[in-house]
Design a protein around this ligand. Sequence first.
Ligand code: NCD
Length: 311
Amino acid sequence: MELDVKMKNENSLISANQFDSTEKLERYFVEADSLKIARGHPLQGKIIASLFYEPSTRTRFSFEVACMKLGGQVVSSENAGVSSSATKGESIEDTVRVISNYADAIVVRHPESGICKKAGAVSTVPIINAGDGVNEHPTQALLDAYSINNKFGKIDGLKIALVGDLLYGRTVHSLVYLLSLYPKIELYLISPKNLKMPMAFTNILKERNIVFSESNDLQKILSKVDVAYMTRIQKERFDSDMEYKKYRDSYCLDKSLLHLLKKSAIIMHPLPRVNEISEDVDNDQRAYYFEQAKNGLYMRMAILKMALTEK
Ligand code: NCD
C-alpha cells in the first residue's frame, strides 16, 4: 500500500497502486470468476451509497447491479454535484463522514483528482474510487486486467498498446499500475505529442524496469501487439472546444486497419467510444470491448464482496 495518506478503512480502493503483487490482483480474478457461477447473498443486509458527481453509464449501473445481485441494496445520487449538499458548499469530507453512518460502502466519482484520497482519510466505511478527475479509475483497470487475463490465460509477456488520450484518460493511468506488476509485459504508449502519459505514471514503469516506448504512430505498432487498448479523447478536460477538436480525430481504428492486427489480438476500450473505433469493427472477432464491459459486472461484484466482507 503506497498511498501517502492513511485510509481510515483499510478496505477502501483509492488507487490501483495499492496492488503491490500479482497475487493480490489475481485474487480478484478468482473471486470474479466464482461470482459468475455461484453467488449466494453475501451482501444481504448491506447498503452501498453511490455518489456520482460526474456522468456515468457503465460504472454506476454495474456497481449498483453488482450490489443487488449479491443481495445488497443501493442508495444513489447520480448527479451529486447538483443534488447533494455540495451545492451548499459542503466539503467531500463532511459529506462522507455523514454518509458513512448510513451506508456500508461509498462508491465515488468526482471531477477532482485526489478527492477519493481525501474521502478515504475520513470515512469509516470503504471508499471505492469510481474515477477521480484525470487521476485514476482503479476499478476499470481491475476489470481490464481481468478481461485480458480471461482472453489469454495470462498477462505477463503480452505486448499491449495504450492508445489515445494518455494525459487525461484516467483508465490508462490505473492500468499502468496493474500491468507493471508483470515483469515481462511490453507497453506501447501511443498518443498525440501533447497528450502523453504523465511522468507520475511512466515513472512506475521505469522503477519496475518495464519495457515501454512512447510514440504517436499507431499504424507502425499495430502488427506487434496482442492488445490494442483504445481510449476516447477526453473532451470534458480541455479548456476549449477548439483545443479538443485539434485532437478529436487523432486515432480511428476502422476496418481498413484491421489487416495490420494479429489474428490472435484483441481490441479493447473502456467505453464510451466516439470515433476511436468505428462501428464496422464491431463484428470482427478481435473486437472485445463489449465483453470487457460485461466483465465489469463480475469484477465489481468481486470488489464489493471483498471490500464489504473481508477483515
Ligand atoms: C471511462 C471514464 O469514465 O474514465 N469510462 C468508464 O468508466 N468506462 C472512460 C471515458 O470516459 O472515456
